[in-house]
Ligand binder design. Structure first.
Ligand code: FNR
Length: 366
C-alpha cells in the first residue's frame, strides 16, 4: 500500500480470489479498505431501506426446480448490440475505482477484458478514459454520462468518449441531485486528490475543484429532449439508466433510447423507493422486447441473475461486488468475481432445467 497526497491508502495486491459468496467479499473488503472509502462504496441513502430491499426482494419470487429437463453443461453466451459476450453479466458504471485499488479503472478494465464482457466507464472515472481503453483490446466500451447544465461540456465529454472508442452511451438520469449519504457525512468523506478526474477536457478547465463544480453544474432538468440530443449528437446507441417505472421506459423509447437500464443506483439515491427487482417485470411488459433491458441493483448471486433474466432483463450489471473484487485482488480479483457469477448462474441453470439464456427468459418464476 502507498499513501496518496491526502493520506488515502488503497490496496495494491493482485491475486485470484476463491469466492464463497459476495457477502464475504464485502466483509473482507471492509476489513481492508480505509473506512471513508469503504463506506462510500458500500453505503446507501437515508435509512438504507432501499439498499437492503434490493437484495431481499429477490426472495419474493422463486425458481421452480425442473428435473426431467434433459439439460447438461448450460451455456451462458449471449449478445447485445451485436456484441457477443460470454454471459449476460456486465459491470455497472462506478465512480472512483481508486478508492478500492491503486490500479483504479485500469485494473478493473483489465479484469473485465480478461473475462471478455463489456466495460462501462463512469463520468467520474479515476483514470483517463484513453488510458483505460488502452489496456483492453476489442472489449466493447460503454461510456456513462452525467449531464452538465452546460451543453458545450456535454458535447466535449461525448466527443472525448467517442474518440476513445465508446460504442454506446449510458445516460444516468437518477442522480440529478445527490442521495442522502449519511455515512459520508459522518466520515466527512471527500475524494482523495485527483480522483475522480472525469475527463481530460474538464480536468484542464477546473483542476482539483472538479467534483464540487461538476455537482454544482450537474443538470437537474433531464428530459426526453436530452435523450434525443445525446442520440443525435453522439450517433451511438443511448441507454437511459435509472428507469424504475413503465411510464419513464415508454418516454425513453419514444425519445430514441436504444436500451432501458432498470436501476435504482444501488439504493444510493431515493431511499424509500422499491427494490429495483420489484419494478422490473412491469417495465419489461411495456418495453415488449423493442429494446434490450439492462438490470442492476442488489445482484449478489447466480439466483439473482437468473430471476432478473426470467423477469425481462437481457443483461444484468453488477456494482459493488466488482469493486470488492478489485479491492481484494486487483484485476485478477475482478475476473474472479465474473467467473464466480458465471459459475453460480450455470449451477442454477442446471438445477432449474434451462440450457440457454433464452430458456431462462422463457421461464416463469413461482
Ligand atoms: C455507483 N453507481 C453509479 N452509477 C452511475 O451511473 N455512475 C456512477 O458514477 C456511479 N457511481 C457509483 C459509485 C459507487 C461506489 C456505487 C456503489 C455505485 C451506481 C451503479 O452503476 C449501479 O447502479 C449500482 O452499483 C448497482 O447496485 P449494486 O450492484 O451495487 O447493488
Amino acid at each position: 500500500m502507498t499513501t496518496d497526497k491526502l493520506g488515502y491508502q488503497a490496496p495494491s495486491e493482485i491475486k485470484e480470489l476463491d469466492i464463497v459468496n459476495t457477502y464475504d467479499l464485502e466483509k473482507q473488503a471492509g476489513e481492508l479498505l480505509p473506512k471513508g472509502g469503504f463506506d462510500y462504496i458500500a453505503g446507501g441513502a437515508g435509512d438504507e431501506y432501499t439498499l437492503k430491499q434490493n437484495i431481499d426482494a429477490f426472495n419474493l419470487k422463486r425458481i421452480l426446480p425442473r428435473v426431467l429437463a434433459d439439460v447438461e453443461y448450460p451455456k451462458t453466451q449471449t449478445s447485445i448490440f451485436g456484441q457477443d459476450i460470454p454471459s449476460p453479466i456486465i459491470m455497472a458504471p462506478i465512480a472512483a475505482h481508486g478508492l478500492a485499488h491503486q490500479s483504479k479503472e485500469v485494473g478493473t478494465a483489465k479484469g473485465v477484458s480478461e473475462y471478455g464482457t463489456i466495460l462501462t466507464i463512469s463520468t467520474y472515472s479515476g483514470s483517463d478514459f484513453d488510458e483505460t481503453a488502452k489496456v483492453v483490446n476489442d472489449t466493447p466500451k460503454w461510456f456513462q454520462l452525467y449531464m452538465s447544465k452546460d451543453n458545450e461540456v456535454n458535447k466535449a465529454i461525448l466527443d472525448e468518449a467517442k474518440a476513445d472508442g465508446a460504442s454506446a452511451i449510458i445516460l444516468t438520469a437518477d442522480a440529478t441531485t445527490m442521495g442522502n449519504r449519511e455515512k459520508d457525512k459522518r466520515n466527512a468523506f471527500v475524494f482523495p486528490f485527483d480522483m475522480p478526474i472525469v475527463s481530460r477536457h474538464l480536468r484542464k478547465s477546473v483542476e482539483d475543484q472538479l467534483l464540487n463544480i461538476i455537482y454544482m453544474e450537474s443538470k437537474q432538468k433531464i428530459t426526453v429532449e436530452d435523450v434525443r440530443f445525446i442520440a443525435e449528437y453522439s450517433e451511438l446507441p443511448v441507454m437511459v439508466k435509472g428507469i424504475q417505472s413503465p411510464e419513464d421506459a415508454l418516454k425513453a423509447i419514444e425519445a430514441g433510447a436504444a436500451g432501458i437500464w432498470v436501476s435504482n443506483h444501488g439504493g444510493r439515491q431515493l431511499d424509500g423507493a422499491p427494490a429495483s427487482f420489484e419494478t422490473l417485470a412491469s417495465i419489461s411488459e411495456v418495453v415488449a422486447k423493442r429494446v434490450p433491458i439492462i438490470f442492476d441493483s442488489g445482484v449478489r448471486r447466480g439466483e439473482h441473475v437468473f430471476k432478473a433474466l426470467a423477469s425481462g432483463a437481457d443483461i444484468v450489471a453488477i456494482g459493488r461486488p466488482v469493486l470488492y473484487g478489485l479491492a481484494l485482488g486487483g484485476w485478477k480479483g475482478v475476473t474472479s468475481v465474473f467467473n464466480y457469477f458465471e459459475k453460480d448462474l450455470k449451477r442454477i441453470m442446471q438445477l432449474a432445467g434451462t440450457q440457454t439464456i433464452e430458456d431462462i427468459k422463457n421461464t416463469e418464476l413461482f
